[in-house]
Ligand binder design. Sequence first.
Ligand code: HY3
Length: 140
Amino acid sequence: DVPGRGKVVVDISYGGTFYAFLSAEQLGLDVCSSKTRDLVSAASAVTEAVKEQFKLHHPESEDLAFIYGTILTDGKDAFSEEPTTNICVFADEQVDRSPTGSGVTARIALQYHKGLIQLNQSRTFRSSTTGSLFTGKAVK
Ligand SMILES: O=C(O)[C@H]1NCC[C@@H]1O
């Protein structure tokens, strides 16, 4: 429940730090064309809601059991050769200029967990802010 914005469905995944993931569409936004300030505001509201409503646990270190940010996506999690776009809003409302190393790692883990990608199947991730690209895959 994101105050002022309604109920959304998020996935929380870990790639060195925890992020909340959801499509920007759930917040009435478009990750590619909405104003960055609107994306930042919405993503920050989600981070705050997760902080208040979920207790995170890390199996090895409770120091890592916190939500670092929210990544808004274009919702294109099913496998495709085409890049999928996201914006990472982390820490104190900072916006990553890259697709985010730890965020892409968490997103690949999530896609693999959901059976959307197979092991060694590469996907490309695009930053909506700069257009920079990262490629990654799940490996054993
Ligand atoms: O790419 C990364 O993983 C780092 N950049 C912003 C968020 C993380 O600190």
